[in-house]
Design a protein around this ligand. Structure first.
Ligand code: AMP
Length: 458
């Protein structure tokens, strides 16, 4: 997954972008980058592997001169975790220099790439995002028309920012899988994946860019277009609300923290009558849900696990071995809060089951008498092809094992998932339609040609 941010109309655009990227760091920790367009049209670029604080450790953002800038934080979903794939990607095209920052996954990029290569295209990265630039480089006319023609050929998920020497363009795919928010910072126009970034830089949130909408900032003015054919229904990623986004953000017009609290409340209703002494969240993502669960069930909330903030997200480490180490480093049980207790453990999701198993083991070692696990989403049975880093179908525990086998594997006394309806109702608050829930249902809202070739989807 990735986070994107763009600022148009401030002399310190790159520094403002850097600050905002700190509030999107949870969306990607492998690489970070910023490109600014100088007053003479020259691009100034800094991209590197690592966190924003590492890539810009020496105050490099201040040296990226220009009134318009875009930034990106990444973890790999397509293309390896390598510097050549770090974004924003910069190209010289017949339209002049362009830089692109993309969040989401295209589902026909491999097919398009093969066709482009057959016609002589030479790719510099292994990202799907580069396909968009190759396509637009082959189109005539103003850059926004070239971008629209390019986007008409791609399928899948994109919230993206395109920078040229005199324009900043923001676009969101017609299904609106990933969020993209429009803000104002004084006279400047700002775009960000989440409102957490707008809040941090002191910008006002104006609204969410609509699915299928394009915004062009030129000469200090913003205009919008809706150039794509309408789709049957939007497909906002429900997993953004369940797990991915930051709780202080408002995305898809719903506060993330409030949505998670409602997920916890909904689970408590579905688990009415459960017997436990304490409700313990898996921090950080389970905290809001556990509060909601505790409120409805009347079972006291307890921080029975503490999280070290000096270890980055376990999943984002690229190999299983590194992930195993990081999981132990990250979460520690609080024995006094757990000893002799019947614990109701709340987490947002189970993917491979490996982290949850370790957590349950450490709760037992710390003295928990019983562990009942409540998960605020249904079992994940199918990979995400739209940008969330889920493993292949064969590694998704709920795709290959029964609920009872998973319970035994985790070593818990009982295991309960929130129902699909319960989740959609809680997140949607009266707007249960227009979500992508493919990871829970195997119902993909768009064709996924690249992956049907690469991997048989059950
Ligand atoms: P596991 O027990 O190994 O299935 O891991 C489940 C944990 O991973 C839950 O606590 C989730 O919050 C977290 N998680 C779920 N999806 C992702 C993801 N795409 N990236 C990082 N962490 C995730």
């Amino acid at each position: 997954m990735c986070g994107i941010l763009g600022v148009a109309g401030r002399p310190d655009a790159a520094e403002t972008t850097q600050l905002g990227l700190f509030a999107l760091q949870h969306r990607g920790q492998e690489s970070a980058g910023i490109v600014a367009a100088g007053t003479d049209g020259t691009f100034h670029t800094r991209v590197g592997m690592g966190l924003v604080s590492e890539v810009f450790a020496g105050g490099e953002a201040a040296g990226l001169e220009g009134g318009v800038a875009i930034g990106h934080v990444r973890y790999a979903t397509t293309g390896a975790s390598q510097l050549k794939n770090a974004q924003p990607l910069v190209y010289n095209t017949g339209h002049g220099p362009v830089a692109i920052a993309h969040n989401g996954n295209l589902t026909n990029a491999l097919q398009l790439k093969k066709k482009l290569e057959a016609r002589g295209a030479i790719f510099q990265s292994s990202t799907d995002s580069e396909v968009i630039v190759h396509l637009l480089a082959r189109q005539d006319g103003p850059i926004e028309d070239a971008l629209i023609a390019s986007l008409r050929q791609v399928e899948g998920a994109y919230s993206l920012l395109l920078l040229t020497p005199d324009k900043l363009i923001a676009a969101r795919d017609p299904y609106g899988f990933r969020p993209l928010i429009v803000g104002r910072l004084g006279a400047a126009h700002v775009f960000a994946s989440e409102t957490s970034a707008l809040n941090l830089i002191g910008a006002q949130t104006v609204r969410e860019l609509e699915p299928g909408e394009l915004a062009i900032v030129e000469g200090g003015k913003l205009r919008t277009l809706k150039p794509f054919a309408p789709v049957p229904a939007p497909a906002r990623c429900v997993f953004e609300q369940v797990y991915f986004a930051r709780p202080d953000s408002v995305i898809f017009n719903r506060g993330v923290q409030a949505a998670r609290r409602d997920l916890g409340r909904a689970l408590a209703h579905e688990m009415a009558g459960v017997q436990a002494d304490v409700v313990v969240p898996v921090p950080d993502s389970g905290v809001s849900a556990a509060l909601g669960f505790s409120e409805v069930s009347g079972i006291p909330f307890e921080m029975g696990l503490v999280r070290s903030h000096y270890v980055s997200r376990t999943f984002i480490k690229p190999t299983q071995e590194l992930r195993e180490h990081a999981a132990k480093l990250k979460l520690a049980p609080v024995p006094e809060a757990l000893r002799g207790k019947r614990v109701l453990l709340i987490d947002d999701s189970i993917v491979r089951g490996t982290t949850s198993k370790k957590i349950c083991k450490s709760l037992r070692e710390a003295g928990a008498r019983e562990i009942h696990m409540g998960v605020t989403s249904p079992p994940i049975v199918s990979p995400c092809y739209y940008g969330i880093d889920t493993p292949r179908a064969s590694e998704l525990i709920a795709n290959v094992h029964s609920q009872e086998d998973i319970r035994k594997f985790l070593g818990v006394d009982s295991l309960r998932h929130l129902s699909l309806q319960g989740m959609l109702r809680a997140v949607g608050k009266g707007d249960e339609h227009g979500w992508c829930d493919a990871c829970f249902t195997r119902r993909y809202p768009t064709p996924i040609p690249d992956y049907q070739v690469a991997e048989a989807v059950k």
